[in-house]
Design a protein around this ligand. Structure first.
Ligand code: AMP
Length: 564
């Protein structure tokens, strides 16, 4: 199959919002692929150059891509950035425009073949694999030859794949339906399989190679991550006890990063919650697993947290620096020590444990490791005891509790009620919308991403402290778009600045320090819970109050560590 056919398909997806239509054209396309093309096509359509579990990264920045585009077309960077700006920062679209109006003519050779899908994959692999001395130049040369051979429309999608953002509106759920349709396999079977493979592209490749039978044979495979089991929210321990029938296991809920650890003999790989390979960020954890896990083969789950000098937990953002690998990993290991707490085991020595009850798995887990802490746990039926345990967790600098049903299996990828998270919620804030951005995909054409601000009580200025696209229904977004359009002050690139008039109630999980905004604070996981038309902007919460809440939570955490 030619790559340009894939590009044309993406164009058709981009032009529609009709989900059934999307599913049907994608299914039809998949039917016409060879077995080898199925996985690359799906990965690319979801904005990934490689399958999800694949640790290889292109390691090519926006700046590098821009440089190559300019070199190939003889265009000025100003034209490129203007084109990107006009198209909500979409480098793919901008590149297409630039290629269409290129100043430098393309050097075609007489027998140049159109790019095939597998060829594109091979070139991307070569880009990812270029390492060592001169690898930068090699990467650039490979991309240059790839884009040099492409039509403008192909350039658009090649760039999008490299940047990792397709903006076609086709997400994983729709892709699952399309795969189900293409291979005539019930959607439930596709979903279950995807939980085990962790990747719809991989599932589809199995469908193409072996049909439904292949899915039945599917079990755990070491080094292929499984979608993690997730938790729903409970208000408090009492509610969790009620839900779980009077007795349940409470564990500390640690505020770190979830990891899934795969071990086979002396080899260890670690995957993040989103199933990306983070082994390289955690060499210290790899060592611990090698030395202290007695099993030959295992898949374990746990949480890593960053630790302050006196051994107490540090806020989540410290840990994230590790994953972002701001500087050399050796330095990071020293600067940001982490600690591992295990809480589940889902596979051991060739045997899946997911159907065992929670208590059994926990027993196996504690038998399998020596000298690695498990998350602190208490089994009780007493709301009072559980409440104390919650208090204790929070006082020790943790996030709250997880309540786990004693007899529950491990259900990959499901956010069910077997696990309930209990957090101490922070009170919501009333904030003012000061700017907005247009959405993508289904929300294309709507101002659906909002900048939220609190009032600086000294100057009267509204200072942004967060941004969210969550919480409003489609209808509310449509109405909000109309309202915002009436109060536009100016459009700065893709950001539409509005008069500070509309107040919304915003829930969030945490306030972080952030250089991103003038206020130097940013809400984490902000979501709009109500539109407060009953409040005027002057009645919105102040920066002073936000800072006070910030300090309260910070005090709570840093009470146990010497930071800040
Ligand atoms: P949330 O991210 O708020 O949905 O909460 C679920 C996350 O809590 C999991 O993905 C883990 O990263 C984390 N977590 C912390 N402590 C535990 C625990 N004891 N058991 C399970 N998950 C935990």
């Amino acid at each position: 199959m030619k790559f340009r056919d894939l590009a044309y398909l993406c164009e058709r997806l981009e032009a529609t919002t009709k989900r059934n239509f999307m599913v049907s054209i994608v299914a039809d396309f998949l039917k016409h692929l060879s077995k080898e093309e199925v996985e690359p096509v799906i990965s690319m359509m979801l904005g990934r150059p490689f399958p999800k579990w694949d640790p290889r990264k292109l390691d090519v920045s926006w700046a590098t891509l821009s440089k190559i585009i300019l070199r190939l077309t003889g265009t000025d960077w100003r034209d490129l950035s203007a084109a990107a700006f006009r198209n909500t920062g979409d480098l793919g679209v901008a590149a297409k425009i630039i290629f269409e109006n290129r100043k430098k003519q393309r050097q075609t050779t007489l027998f140049e073949r159109p790019l095939s899908i597998l060829e594109v994959r091979n070139i991307l692999e070569a880009v990812a694999e270029a390492s060592g001395q001169g690898s930068r130049e090699r990467k650039e040369r490979l991309i240059e030859s790839l884009l040099g051979r492409a039509l403008p429309i192909e350039v658009k999608y090649l760039v999008k794949i490299m940047v990792g953002e397709m903006r076609t509106g086709l997400q994983e759920g729709l892709m699952e339906t399309a795969v189900s349709k293409a291979f005539s396999i019930p959607i439930e079977k596709i979903r279950v399989a995807s939980m085990l493979t962790g990747d719809i592209a991989e599932t589809a490749a199995i469908c193409a190679r072996e049909g439904a039978e292949g899915l039945l044979k599917l079990g755990f495979k070491i080094f292929r991550p499984v979608k993690p089991m997730l938790a729903q929210m409970a208000e408090n321990p009492e509610e969790a006890l009620k839900e779980h029938g009077g007795k349940t296991a409470f564990e500390y809920k640690l505020d770190g990063a979830r990891i899934q650890i795969h071990k086979s003999g002396g080899k260890v790989r670690i995957f993040s919650r989103r199933l990306t390979d983070v082994t390289k960020s955690l060499p210290d954890i790899v060592e611990i697993i090698k030395r202290r896990v007695k099993l030959d083969e295992a898949i374990l789950e746990g949480e890593v947290i960053a630790i302050g000098k006196n051994g107490n937990p540090l806020p989540f953002q410290h840990l994230m620096r590790r994953f972002r690998r701001v500087c050399s990993i050796e330095k990071m290991v020293e600067e940001i020590p982490v600690e591992l707490y295990l809480f589940d085991i889902i596979y051991m020595n060739g045997e899946s444990l997911i159907n065992l009850p929670y208590v059994e798995r926990r027993r196996k887990l504690s038998g399998a490791v020596s000298n690695i802490s498990l998350t602190k746990q208490m089994i009780t039926s007493s709301p009072k005891e559980a409440e104390h345990f919650l208090e204790e967790a929070i006082n020790n600098g943790h996030e709250g509790l997880m309540a786990k049903r004693l007899n529950s299996p491990y259900i990959p990828g499901i956010r069910g009620k077997h696990w309930l998270k209990i957090k101490r919620t922070l009170e919501p804030l009333d904030l003012v919308i000061v700017a907005a951005e247009y959405g993508t995909g289904r929300r294309h054409g709507w101002l659906s991403d909002y900048y939220l601000a609190a009032r600086d009580e000294k100057t009267g200025e509204f200072l942004t402290i967060g941004k969210t696209f969550k919480g409003l229904t489609d209808r509310e977004i449509e109405e909000m778009t109309e309202r915002l359009k009436r109060i536009v002050v100016e459009e700065k690139g893709h950001i539409v600045i509005v008069k500070p008039k509309i107040v919304v109630e915003v829930a969030y999980n945490e306030i972080q320090e952030s250089p991103k905004y003038k206020s130097r604070m940013a809400l984490r996981f902000a979501r709009i819970t109500r539109i407060r038309d009953d409040k005027s902007p002057e009645e919105a919460d102040t920066i002073k109050r936000v800072r006070w809440i910030y300090e309260q939570q910070f005090l709570r955490k840093s009470k146990f560590s010497h930071i800040g």
